[in-house]
Design a protein around this ligand. Structure first.
Ligand SMILES: Nc1ncnc2c1ncn2[C@@H]1O[C@H](COP(=O)(O)OP(=O)(O)OP(=O)(O)O)[C@@H](O)[C@H]1O
Length: 475
């Protein structure tokens, strides 16, 4: 009875507060509303109870069955992965010893809006590395972003992210905060179920971005480049851009961070890479002189700040057969990180015919938008997940052994262009230090002559050639 009374008091309070919210305290307090209020309380209580009952009746089977479904899938994963301990027990019927399996105990299944969390306790006699080695099975059952976390002795947590929103508007503040959180020189990719995703290029310096046409690669490149341009000045970042499709990087023409012209022909890309190679060699020499092992140490020892250099090539497969370009890309892949030189290579497919194995191996951050087939997805990510992507701007980001599902924010070409125009205005007239030293005046260099100088030189040469040949020279 007491419980009912308490419940009724609670409803009475709820109804009173609601009435005061709706009608205002002074009206309700100032009128002789006893009867009216009693009637309203009753009505509101009835509605609240009916709503509560209907909500529970509709949701409860879902809660039960969703949890049951997760548990059933989990046991399937345990069986498939062999994550159990086999024991013997006496059969009650025939009295014979028979084997049985002990699975990890599912302590809790919590289904939240963005992630399902399962707490597991290992049975006595099971080594933790048995379940850790088989983490891939959970990814196969629950999706490639399922993550197994070792909490403490014998306790694990399996995190299963829910689907992400199909469209997220671009926000510079969000992107900037994500870059800052890494504490390094980072690249912002987008939003995962548990927050923003940015990778520190000082840890994982080279990025491969793949996906079939029309599913978000260009947008991703815009998000990456526009974030960089708005966060770093040309004193901190220089870009070498190559766009063999001639569709991507046009809007960055004239941006002070961009070195030289945007390369659009194979020969131009080769020349651009030769220049990046010069920068690498020059930095190698500078760091050697200063006794520094990498860019951070160089800056610490000399007090001189050098810009990071990012080389972005769209449709890198178009460089097939350009062995000089491939050699340079490989060298940057191996040495670039120490010298603050990073690669972002985008491509539609990754099979052997279009992407060199050595080049692919150097790409330690892999971003896959929708891919053409399971084989390409597996070759790039180690899972077929990217071929099943059905949302534009959705990708899987793989770094070391971790794969997360990410939605790239939507940044329209128009908005991107407006941001770029702002950047150009912000840095108009600001001088930037060259990446390579000025040419040494003591070393003869090719010079361009005007017409008059050319005529003088021609005259001089003719005179020299007409001079008599000394007798000993003709012997
Ligand atoms: N992050 C995103 N969020 C929402 N929609 C997106 C996103 N990225 C792309 N889209 C949608 O997909 C379309 C194609 O995107 P995008 O041009 O980036 O693809 P792509 O893979 O680079 O194609 P292509 O290789 O042909 O340039 C866009 O016009 C837009 O409608």
């Amino acid at each position: 009875m007491n419980v009912l009374r308490l419940f009724d008091d609670y409803l009475q309070d709820l109804a009173r507060n609601l009435l005061i919210d709706l009608l205002g305290g002074s009206i309700l307090g100032g009128l002789p509303t006893y009867r009216l209020a009693d009637g309203l309380y009753l009505l509101i209580k009835t509605i609240t109870l009916a709503y509560g009952a209907a909500y529970t009746a509709l949701k409860a089977p879902g809660w039960i069955s969703d949890k049951a479904k997760v548990k059933e899938m989990l046991v399937r994963a345990f069986i498939e992965a062999g994550v159990y301990v086999e024991k013997q027990r006496k059969d009650w019927g025939d009295g014979k010893m028979k084997p049985y399996r002990v699975f990890p105990t599912i302590e809790r299944v919590a289904i939240a809006a963005n992630c399902t969390t399962i707490n597991l306790r290992l049975p006595i006699g099971m080594e933790p590395d048995l379940i850790e080695r088989k983490a891939w099975v959970f990814q196969r059952v629950f999706g490639p972003t399922a993550e197994l976390v070792n909490d403490r002795a014998g306790r694990f947590r399996l995190l299963i992210p829910k689907t992400l929103p199909a469209k997220i508007p671009y926000s510079l503040e969000t992107a900037q905060a994500a870059l800052q959180r890494t504490g390094g020189f980072a690249l912002y990719i987008g939003e995962a179920y548990n927050g923003s995703v940015a990778v520190d290029l000082k840890q994982a310096p080279h990025v491969g971005l793949v996906g079939v046409t029309g599913w978000g690669k260009s947008t991703a490149l815009r998000v990456i480049l526009n974030t960089w341009l708005q966060v770093y000045g040309p004193d901190r970042l220089r870009l070498f851009l190559a766009d063999l499709k001639m569709t991507e990087f046009g809007l960055y023409r004239g941006v002070p961070h961009v070195e030289g012209a945007i390369a659009v022909r194979r020969a131009e890309v080769v020349a651009m890479l030769a220049e990046v190679h010069e920068v690498l060699l020059y930095r190698q020499e500078m760091f050697h002189q200063a006794g520094a092992v990498d860019l951070d140490e160089y800056e610490e020892l000399t007090g001189e700040r050098l810009p990071y250099v990012a080389v972005c090539i769209d449709e890198v497969a178009s460089l097939e057969g350009e062995s000089a370009a491939h050699d340079i890309l490989e060298e940057i892949g191996q040495l670039g990180r120490s010298f603050g030189i990073f690669l972002i290579l985008s491509q539609q497919r990754v099979d052997r015919e279009v992407m060199d194995g050595k080049l692919k191996n150097n790409l330690n951050v892999r971003i896959a938008y929708r891919m053409s087939d399971d084989m390409n997805s597996k070759m790039f990510l180690g899972t077929a997940a990217a071929s099943g992507i059905d949302t534009k701007g959705r990708c899987y980001v793989k770094q070391a052994t971790d794969t997360v599902e990410v939605q790239t924010p939507w940044l329209s070409p128009k908005e991107a262009r407006a941001q770029v125009e702002d950047i150009k205005r912000r840095y108009a007239g600001v001088a930037k230090a060259p990446l390579l030293p000025p040419i040494n005046p003591n070393i003869p260099q090719p010079v361009e002559l005007n017409d008059e100088e050319s005529a003088d030189l021609r005259e001089l040469l003719t005179a020299l050639m007409q001079e008599e040949v000394p007798p000993h020279a003709s012997a």
